[in-house]
Every structure is written in structure tokens, then in C-alpha cells.
Design a protein. Sequence first.
Length: 442
Amino acid sequence: MPYQFQKSHELFQRAQSSIAAGVNSGIRKMEVPVPLYFDHGKGCRLFDVDGNEYIDFQIGQGAILYGHAPAGMADAIAAQAKKGTHWAAQSELEIEVAERLQKMIPSAERVRFNNSATEVVLTALRLARSHTGRKLVLKFEGHYHGWADEGLVGFAPPPDKWGSEDEPTRLHPSQGVIPEVLDQFVVARWNDPDHLRRRVDQFRGQIAAIIFEPVLCNTGCIPPVPGMIETIRELCNRDNMLMISDETICGFRFGPGGAQEFLGFSPDLTILGKAIGGGVPFAALVGKEKSFAKIISGEVVHAGTLNANPLCLAAAKWCLDEVIVRGQSHPAECIRLGNKMMAGLKALADSCSIPLQPQGPGLVFHTAMLKEGAATGPIKDYRDYVQRHDAPRWAKLRRCLLEEGVRAIERGLWFVSLAHSEADIDEALVRAERAFARFAEA
Ligand SMILES: Cc1ncc(COP(=O)(O)O)c(C=O)c1O
């Protein structure tokens, strides 16, 4: 019997009278048939208010790398809460967390903390502009860097407003944005090193930084083509631009040194969020000492009442120790389980004639639902993704999965956590088989 969501429906209805549009983050409204209300979680399992149990691959949009409610983390937060929740001042804990980051990430010579990656992006861009005395930042279509005015330029333009292949437009998906913010960006297509060179040359001497998701996880799950990251590094060196790696998703998921260790590159600044705090509001900017010079001198303002909050630091210290203790065995195991899940989903989809195409390095992957007549094979960039992925059909399949107790992210992304076991993957595939059969029958 597919899951029912009666209580979630009732709560969502009730929320309309107090919470604007019933949710506290716009994308949560995408959940079909209703934004779910949860009661508790344990490991990779989540339990909603209707008593439905899910094998969770959404895992807090990637933050819950260690599973839901790990006992050690709960103890660490509780112990800190008894000593104080907030001092707006220094603690030895903040040095301990910073020193761990230095040991784990080779480019992390200096560190600053914030409460969300959105804030860290703003800090990084401000630093880059001050560092170079230039105003432009180059970013890539489909790459997401938080929801602020600056982070969302060029994120997901509709096809009729893409602009040419050579000159992608710089649109912002939100109203109310300061219009001049758009003028501070140059947008390029991902995974085309020659195009990137031309784009940089067009604005040579005016670009302060290139910011990117090293594995593009916010549009499909698209690894860099050979030469892409190398070209970013080379151009940044050539023109004295800062290379800013946004590892909000990749950091720690890809192992202690994040994507930069996994793929082998050295950025000037790195944005860390999500798994650094295991679900508490914590984020960090790390990078080369010279890139932090303007914060060190005080010429760039970086502030925040809750920065380096001790509750978040206690959680982060616990999380980082979990990653350190596992070393490289952690990405290896998540990759193995993720690859098994991808292969299992593909086989099940093929047997039901569902054109599902999983793509990604396993520990995170995306399931594209190919449009009728769309080519198969790896999706390479944002435009390719929009042209081939049938989002409404995927949403229907995702609903069938949810009704059988498998929870993927609304836009088709899946995360494997340290709490997923082989048995969880096997069970998820049994559930997915039921979901796919129902989808194929409908
Ligand atoms: C790559 C990337 N950068 C920045 C952010 C913003 O993070 P936050 O929502 O914690 O502000 C996100 C969030 O999903 C992200 O995926």
C-alpha cells in the first residue's frame, strides 16, 4: 500500500495561516504531493508525522553526511549547551576546529566561520574584489552559490533567455534584486575550456575571481571534463584572479580534503558548508593566507553575531573527527554503495522501459529522466541538462519512490551518507522496484 500523507497535508494547511506560503525555504514547496513534516530520524532513516519510514537520500540537502541524530554529535552539542550556547566571543573550540581544517585541506592556511554557505560566498567575493581591485566575477551557468543577490546570477535562465553560446546572459531568478548586481558578473558555460578562455579574454584585467562548483551538483551531477579545472587554475594564475572553489556540497563528502584533494587542484579560497556542521548552521571560508590579507588587515569587513557559535563548533568538531578517523576509506565506501545504487536503479528502470539515466561519482549522483527522443550519454552542462531532462516526468517518478519510502531530492539528486549500509541500499532497491512498477503502470 503506497504511503499516505494525511497529517502532513493537515499541517501544511495549518501553516498557511502563519508561515508565508507554508514553508521556510522556497524549494521545499516542490515536494509532491505535499511538503512533508518529519518527526525524527535515525541513521539513514527518516520518520514523518504520518508514521511513514523513509530510506533517506536527501539527507538534509547533503548536510547529514553522518546520518540523522548520531549519538556522539548529540552528546557533543548537549555538553556544550550546558556550558553556554553563545558568547559572541572567542573560544578554544574555534581554534580546534580551524586547526582541523588546516590539517585536512592543504589550501586552508587561514579560516573564517559563518552560519551559512550563502554568507561565506559573499565574504569570498568581497575579498576577491578587494584583493584585486576589480569588480567582475566569472561564474558558470547552472552553478548555485547561495540564494543572495550575488550567488544566483546566471543560475538557471529559461531557454528563451539563454543568450548565445559565446555570451550567456546574466539573469537573476528573483525579483527585488539590486539591478546593478547583475553588472558585476560574467557568465560562462561549464565544461568548455576554450569558451572559458575566450570569455576571460573578453574581460581581461577586469575579473577578480572565478567561482565554481568543482563537481556541478546543483544541475544534474556533472564532473569537470579533463582540462576544465586546470584551465581555471591557469587563467587565474595568468591574470591574478582568485580561484574560488565552492565545496558546500563536495567538502568532506569527497573525503577529508574535499573535491580539491579528490580531483587534485589547489584553489585560493574554498567555501565549505553542509557536512562541515552535520546539520547545524555552520559554514567556513578557508584559503591561502594571501587571499585573506584584506580581512587580516581589517580593510574587508567580515562579521556576524553568531559566527563561531560554540554549539555549532562542538558539532563541527565532532563531524570533522568522524571524517578524519575514516580517512580515504569513507569516500571509497560511499562511492561503492552509490555506484551499486545507480546500477540497481538503471537496471530496474530499463526493465520497466523508464528512460532513467543515473550520472555522478556515486557518493552523490543525479537521475536524469530523458525526454522522448533525447540522446543518451553523459550530460555535460546546464543547457544540455535542460534540453534532455524531463523534470515533470521525474517528479512523478520521485513521488512513486516517496510513496514506497525512498526519498531523493526533488530535482533528482541523491546523496549516500556514512550511515547507509549495503543492506539499506538493497532494501532501497526493493522499494524502488515497487515504485517503478507503479510508475510504469500509471
Ligand atoms: C554549492 C553551494 N553553494 C552555496 C550554497 C548555499 O548554502 P546555504 O544554503 O547553506 O546558504 C549551496 C546550498 O545548497 C550550495 O549547494
